[in-house]
Design a protein around this ligand. Structure first.
Ligand code: SAH
Length: 530
C-alpha cells in the first residue's frame, strides 16, 4: 500500500496560525519533515510516536538538499507512511513546494497541498500594515531574489514591479535591501515611499522598523534586525503608526515561567502566547498514582449503591483521575446519579463539565469579606466547609456521607471541618504530587542568566518544589522577576520563600492571572508602541 504525503503550510510563525486541516494532518502523521521556519511548537500536534526529521537549511545545518528532501518524501510515501511536509508560511509561496509536488507526481506517490498563512501577508499585518487598503493600495506583489546576494537577482524585473503594483512585499534579508531600494527607485518608485521591515513576524520575537524607501536598509541595520526578515513597501506603510497592535501589547516579548504540571501548563502557555509572551515551561509537579484500580472499583461500586450523598472534587486533576478511571473501567458519569457534586473552584467545575457533569456547588468563590478574612491564612479548602454548610441547610452536613477523592496529603482542614459538623467522610487518596526528578536544563539556564521576566505560580507546592529542584542559588534569581500568584495562599508561600508578590488576581483562575499580568504591565508602560 502506498502512503500519502501532505504538503502543509505551517503559517508564518505564530503557532495559532496553523490551519485546522494542517493540525489534523499533523495529528495523523507517521513522519514529519519540517523546516527552520516552521514553528517547532507545532510538532506537539504530532503523535509522540511520529518520526520527526529536521529538513531545514540554516547557516549551521546544511541538513538536506532539495533532491534529498524529495527523495525522503518519496521513500516514506512509498513505505506506506502518512507523511507531513511542514513548511513555513504557505508551501507554494517561495517554499519550493511546487518542486516537491512535481517529484511526488513523477514517483506516483499520492499527495495533497494544505495551504498556509503566508508571512508575506501575515507579518505586515502583525506590524500594523494591511497589504491593500481603499485609496492607498489596490494591488500587491510578493517578490524575492537570492537571499545572500548583495545584489538583487536579475530574474526579478525590479523596474517593472517598481511602478506596476501599489504594495511590494520583499521576502529577502537586510543585506539585499540597499540593492532592492536602489533598483526600485531607479525604476521610478519615489525615494520617500514608506517602507516597513519586519523580523520574525507574528512571533513573540517580532521587531519592526519603518523608514522611507531610500533609508530602510540603513534603519534595518541600525536596529540590528536579522533573518527571517521581510519588507513591505508602499503607501500602506503609513498605516503602521495607527494600526500597530501587536508589539505594543503589555506582555509582548516577556518570558514567563510556567510551573504547572506538563499537562496543565498548556492552557496557561496558550493564553500567554496569545498575548505575545514567551512561555518557559518548567513543570514542578509530577502526579504519581496512589489509588489502584481495585480501590477505584470499590469507590465506583459504593457510588452506584447510592452510598454517598455528596462527592467533593478539590482539583481538576482529581476529576480527570476519577473520570479517567471510570472511562477505562467501562463506567460513565451515571455512577454519580444519586449523589450531589461539589467542586472547589471554577477550574474544577470546568473539568467536571468536560465529562458532562454539572457541579451542584462551586465553593471557594469567597462570597463575604468575613469568610475571606477567615480563610485568608489557610488553604482554599477551608472555604468550602463554610460554603458547604451554607449551601445545604436542608439536609445539613450532619450525618451526610461524603466522598472526597483527592491528592494524597491534601490539607486536612476540609475533612476535619466536615467531621466536626457531624459528616461521615471517606477520603480516597488518588495520587501523590511530587517534584520531578529532573528539570529542563534550558529553563534552568534562562533563570540563571536572568532571562525570565515573570514567574507564575498556581499553587503553594509549585513554589516549594521549584525551590527544591532549583537549589537556593538559582531560586534566588527569581527575586528580580515579577512574581504572579493565583491567590492569597500561594502568595503567602511565595513570601515565605523570600519572593515579593506583585500580581495576584481577585478571582483565582488562570485566565484571571493572565488578565492581572496584562494590567500590571499596562500600568507600568502605557505607551510602548513605537
Ligand atoms: N513559504 C514562506 C516563505 C518562504 S521564503 C511563506 O509563505 O511565508 C523565506 C522568507 O520568507 C524569509 O527569508 C523571509 O523573507 C520570509 N519570512 C518567512 N517567515 C517570516 C517571518 N516570520 N517574518 C518575516 N519574514 C518571514
Amino acid at each position: 500500500m502506498s502512503g500519502f504525503v501532505s504538503l502543509v503550510g505551517a503559517g508564518p510563525g505564530d503557532p495559532g496560525l496553523l490551519t485546522v486541516a494542517g493540525r489534523d494532518r499533523l495529528a495523523e502523521a507517521d513522519v514529519v519533515l519540517y523546516d527552520r521556519l516552521a514553528n517547532p511548537a507545532l510538532l506537539d500536534h504530532a503523535p509522540a510516536t511520529a518520526e520527526l526529521i529536521f529538513a531545514g537549511k540554516s547557516p549551521e545545518h546544511k541538513a538536506y538538499s532539495q533532491e534529498e528532501i524529495n527523495g525522503l518524501l518519496i521513500q516514506h510515501g512509498k513505505a506506506g507512511k502518512r507523511v507531513v511536509r511542514l513548511k513555513g508560511g504557505d508551501p507554494f509561496v517561495f517554499g519550493r513546494g511546487g518542486e516537491e509536488a512535481l517529484a511526488l507526481v513523477a514517483a506516483g506517490v499520492p499527495f495533497e497541498v494544505v495551504p498556509g498563512v503566508t508571512s508575506a501577508i501575515a507579518a505586515p499585518a502583525y506590524a500594523g500594515v494591511p497589504v491593500t487598503h481603499r485609496g492607498l493600495a489596490s494591488s500587491f506583489a510578493v517578490v524575492t531574489g537570492h537571499e545572500d546576494d548583495e545584489k538583487p537577482e536579475s530574474s526579478v524585473d525590479w523596474s517593472g514591479i517598481a511602478t506596476a503594483v501599489d504594495t511590494i512585499v520583499v521576502l529577502m534579508g537586510g543585506a539585499a535591501l540597499p540593492g532592492v531600494a536602489r533598483s526600485l527607485i531607479a525604476g521610478g518608485r519615489p525615494a520617500n515611499t514608506p517602507a516597513v521591515s519586519v523580523e520574525w513576524g507574528t512571533t513573540a520575537q517580532q521587531r519592526s522598523v519603518g523608514a522611507p524607501l531610500d533609508g530602510i536598509a540603513q534603519a534595518v541595520k541600525a536596529a540590528g534586525l536579522g533573518t527571517p526578515l521581510l519588507t513591505v513597501i508602499g503607501q500602506v506603510g503609513t498605516l503602521r503608526d495607527h494600526i500597530a497592535w501587536f508589539e505594543g501589547r503589555p506582555l509582548f516579548g516577556k518570558r514567563v515561567l510556567v510551573t504547572r504540571t506538563r499537562r496543565q501548563a498548556s492552557a496557561l502557555s496558550g493564553l500567554l502566547r496569545r498575548e505575545g509572551a514567551i512561555p518557559v515551561e518548567l513543570p514542578t509537579l509530577e502526579l504519581v498514582p496512589v489509588a489502584t484500580d481495585h480501590d477505584l472499583a470499590a469507590m465506583a461500586k459504593r457510588l452506584r449503591a447510592k452510598d454517598y450523598s455528596w462527592c467533593l472534587f478539590t482539583s481538576a486533576n482529581a476529576v480527570d483521575f476519577v473520570l479517567g478511571y471510570l472511562e477505562r473501567a467501562g463506567h460513565d458519569a451515571r455512577v454519580f446519579a444519586s449523589c450531589r457534586i461539589g467542586a472547589l473552584g471554577s477550574a474544577t467545575a470546568d473539568a467536571l463539565r468536560r465529562y458532562g457533569l454539572r457541579a451542584d456547588l462551586i465553593a471557594a468563590e469567597f462570597t463575604s469579606q468575613g469568610l475571606l478574612d477567615a480563610v485568608r491564612a489557610t488553604e482554599h479548602h477551608h472555604g468550602s466547609v463554610y460554603a458547604l454548610e451554607g449551601a445545604i441547610p436542608d439536609d445539613g452536613v450532619s450525618g451526610a456521607r461524603i466522598l472526597i477523592p483527592r491528592a494524597e496529603g491534601g490539607n486536612p482542614t476540609l475533612v476535619k471541618g466536615l467531621r466536626d459538623y457531624g459528616a461521615d467522610v471517606d477520603e480516597l487518596a488518588l495520587y501523590e504530587s511530587r517534584p520531578p526528578a529532573e528539570i529542563d536544563p534550558e529553563a534552568r539556564r534562562q533563570i540563571r542568566d536572568g532571562k525570565i521576566d515573570i514567574a507564575t505560580f498556581a499553587s503553594s507546592s509549585s513554589i516549594s518544589n521549584l525551590a527544591s529542584v532549583l537549589g537556593s542559588d538559582d531560586f534566588a534569581r527569581l527575586r528580580d522577576v515579577v512574581i504572579a500568584c493565583i491567590g492569597p495562599v500561594t502568595s503567602e508561600t511565595a513570601r515565605e520563600y523570600g519572593l515579593e508578590v506583585q500580581v495576584e488576581p481577585a478571582e483565582h483562575t488562570i485566565p484571571a492571572l493572565v488578565a492581572a499580568l496584562k494590567e500590571h504591565f499596562a500600568r507600568k508602560s502605557p505607551e510602548t508602541a513605537t
